[in-house]
Design a protein around this ligand. Structure first.
Ligand SMILES: Cc1ncc(COP(=O)(O)O)c(C=O)c1O
Length: 423
């Protein structure tokens, strides 16, 4: 069976507190479909899904004829085989439903407030200064420098900005380039690390659970990776939103830098999610593969935004402290509100998400609960079954985001208090 593998499904969880990760084997399997990633995890295809396939639908196409009349013909949607199994993402579906029902969107993780003026001004200035043509493929030199300096400050590791930093279009592209550049077609997904494992992908702080890997946990994973000669791809986009404990980069553990690709981006830390400025940090022998893939994916990333991002990463500590303080306040409002509504709220140590158990309200599963919540209550959450290899494992859980202003968070809680009744 095949895993649904948009990037959001890379972060698979087994329980709201136990984060797992995907592993990729070193060897291609003969006879396997080389265009897909295969999993040993179970997928229950009977699970009721909002992600119903749309590949059999017909879409109307209009054509104007010589006599001026317009005719509609219906054309089947087309998609390459490797993408046939993918569905419209749950985020798109929920956001569309939210608009239709005028619901408050605590589903998709984008702030409803803007990024800081000093970064926006820097982008405007860069555009005015004519920094508008293709950038160097692996990054505007000043930006590579500022990423390296930022990484050194966070981890103590001194890296070469020219040889070990690749600027990408968001962390999403960093993940894609890392996979394409360092994983072979036919490599497998497995749930355990072995000598055959080529790489694992981890995410800390973790979306959706909010879990942060502790030093002990990272050390155990690191030992296994060293013992079995496994690469680690680590997505750390929420590193500045680590509330209950410090964020630790896997790359900073002994003997790990040489086998780790650290991926990050500007979006969450600077509330500029659509700028899509990201990067991958890795030793030169791994950077080679990442850059090769990046060259053929996007080649280069928006020049003026890289100049602005350079300014962003040089922000004083006070900026990052304030960001964290603001988010802790928002988290408090939402978490306390959700408890008052009657949810069982799981602890979230980082990110801007919190996972709750919706079962006190008597809906059959996470998807029915989210549909009910949008249509009858006017609030959007994300069903977590989409994050699991076995969707059944997530059927009692939904995710809320608190990257919204206080007014929005309080209104959402009020709506739920008023209209959600325990069964
Ligand atoms: C864990 C994680 N990684 C990566 C991304 C995407 O990052 P970017 O917008 O920089 O591509 C997200 C966005 O929600 C995320 O939650």
């Amino acid at each position: 069976m095949q895993a649904q593998c948009t990037w959001t499904q890379f972060q698979v969880l087994r329980s709201p507190t136990a984060t797992s990760f995907f592993t990729f084997s070193k060897h291609s399997q003969k006879g396997s479909d080389s265009s897909s990633i295969r999993t040993h995890g179970r997928i229950n295809n009977n699970y009721p899904s909002l992600m119903a396939t749309i590949s059999t639908q017909n879409v109307p196409v209009s054509s104007t004829h010589g006599n001026g009349s317009t005719q509609f013909t219906h054309q089947p949607l087309q998609v390459a085989k490797r993408l046939e199994k993918f569905k419209t993402t749950i985020f798109t579906q929920m956001s569309m439903l939210a608009i239709k029902h005028g619901a408050i969107n605590l589903g998709q993780g984008f702030p409803n407030f803007d990024g800081p003026d000093f970064v926006k001004e820097a982008a405007i200035q860069a555009i005015k200064d004519g920094k508008n043509q293709y950038a160097r493929g692996y990054g505007v030199p000043d930006f590579n420098d500022s990423i390296a300096a930022h990484f050194e400050k966070d981890t103590g590791l001194v890296i070469d900005p020219e040889k070990e930093v690749t600027v990408t279009s968001g962390c999403t592209e960093a993940i894609a380039a890392t996979m394409l550049g360092l994983i072979n077609p036919g490599d497998e997904l497995k749930s355990t690390i072995s000598k055959n494992t080529r790489a694992i992908l981890i995410n800390t702080p973790h979306n959706p659970t909010g879990k942060i890997f502790t030093r002990d946990e990272l050390s155990s994973i690191a030992s296994l990776c060293i013992e079995n000669d496994v690469l680690v791809f680590t997505d750390e986009v929420y590193d500045k939103l680590a509330f209950d404990m410090d964020h630790i980069s896997m790359a900073s553990l002994p003997e790990m830098y040489e086998r780790t690709v650290t991926m990050n981006s500007l979006g969450k830390t600077f509330s500029l999610t659509e700028w899509k400025i990201g990067w991958a940090i890795a030793p030169p022998h791994l950077t080679w593969g990442v850059r090769q893939a990046h060259s053929f994916l996007t080649f280069a990333t928006s020049t003026p935004m890289q100049w602005a991002a350079t300014v962003a990463l040089r922000a004083p500590d006070s900026y990052f402290n304030e960001l964290k303080r603001d988010y802790m306040e928002k988290k408090e409002i939402l978490v306390e509100g959700l408890k008052d509504v009657g949810f069982k709220v799981f602890p979230s140590s980082g990110t801007y998400f919190v996972v709750v158990d919706h079962t006190p309200f008597g809906l059959e599963n996470d998807i029915s609960f989210c549909e009910y919540l949008i249509k009858e209550v006017g609030v959007v959450a994300i069903p977590t079954s989409v994050f699991y290899l076995n969707p059944e494992d997530g059927k009692n859980l939904v995710r809320f985001t608190f990257c919204k202003d206080e007014g929005i968070l309080r209104s959402a809680v009020e709506r739920m208090k008023e209209k959600l009744k325990k069964k």
